[in-house]
Structures are given as C-alpha cells and as structure tokens.
Design a binder for this molecule. Structure first.
Ligand code: FMN
Length: 147
C-alpha cells in the first residue's frame, strides 16, 4: 500500500553493453553530500554489471513512460531496442523524456537479505520542468491527482 515513483537504473559496461532495469526502491539519503539509495535483487541479471561498475544513472520516469517501466521489468532481451537516450558524462545512458535524471558514483553497497542496497553519490542531475510523474501502487501504474 506504499505508493512510489518509478525509476529505471541504467549503466554501460566497460565492453559497451547497455544495462537497465525498473526499480521503485529509490529514495533520498543525504543532501550534504548528495546521496540516494535503491536496492537490487540478488537474483537480478544486472547485479554483476551494476555492483562492479563505477557509475550508474537513475532515471525518474514521467507518466508517459509506463511502457518503458514494463519493458525494463520484463525478461525480453531487446529491452533497449528503439529506446531514445543520450550519453551521460558518467558513461551511463540517460533516457530521453525522463522527469529527472541522477548520475551517480557507485559509492557503496550493503548486502541485506535477498537484496543489495546501493548508495549512490549524485554527481549531476537534471529535470524536465512540468513533467507529470509515473507512480506505482498496489501493482498498478498511476499518475498524480492533486487533492
Ligand atoms: C514497478 C516495479 C518496480 C521494481 N523495483 C525493483 C527494485 O527496486 N529492485 C529490483 O531488484 N527489482 C525491481 N523490479 C523488478 C525488476 O525490474 C525485474 O526483475 C527486472 O527484470 C530485473 O532485470 P535484470 O534481471 O535484467 O537485472 C521492479 C519491477 C517493477 C514493475
């Protein structure tokens, strides 16, 4: 019953392969220094690339990116086919149209239960002014509804 935003965590391996998966475990940790966290399943195929890479990007999805959220949570091998992105300064792909993007140094990792908690140090960030957020609640996607 905990409503969240939705992100896609992206990276590029030293060999140039594109990595990306949908994650809603994202949260803020610290302002000084700027730190964020998210957690990754021990069983994720992207665990090796993400835990050993120096950087990743956290793309906060906009309401019109629901299909991307579903695609990057699926097992389809062609996740990246036709997905528009730019190269971040840190090497990770930045998804076009994201509501916000954090480029993070892979600062620390904490193994807990069946997940690994990643703490990232934000080196750069940007946002798309006025973008409506993609929300996730009870297994379904929503967007904002002002009270
Ligand atoms: C809304 C949503 C949020 C998700 N959040 C996470 C998450 O925070 N951590 C995680 O490990 N998997 C999460 N998943 C599942 C992964 O996206 C999914 O298992 C994906 O296939 C993993 O990719 P990989 O095995 O290629 O790394 C989420 C799925 C959805 C639909």
């Amino acid at each position: 019953m905990f409503a969240t935003g939705v992100t896609i965590v992206t990276a590029r391996t030293p060999a140039g392969a594109l990595i990306g998966l949908t994650a809603n475990s994202f949260n803020s940790v610290s302002l000084h220094p700027p730190l964020v966290l998210w957690s990754l399943s021990q069983g994720a195929t992207s665990m090796s690339a993400l835990s050993t890479g120096s950087h990743y990007a956290i793309n906060i999805l906009a309401a019109d990116q629901k299909e991307l959220a579903e695609r990057f949570a699926s097992k389809r091998p062609d996740r990246w086919q036709g997905v528009p992105f730019s190269e971040g300064a840190c090497g990770a792909p930045l998804l076009s149209g994201a509501a916000a993007t954090f480029e993070c140094f892979n600062r620390s990792r904490y193994e807990e239960g069946d997940h690994v908690i990643f703490v990232g140090e934000v080196e750069r960030c940007s946002h798309r002014a006025g973008a409506a957020p993609l929300l996730f609640h009870g297994g379904k996607f929503y967007t904002e509804h002002p009270l």
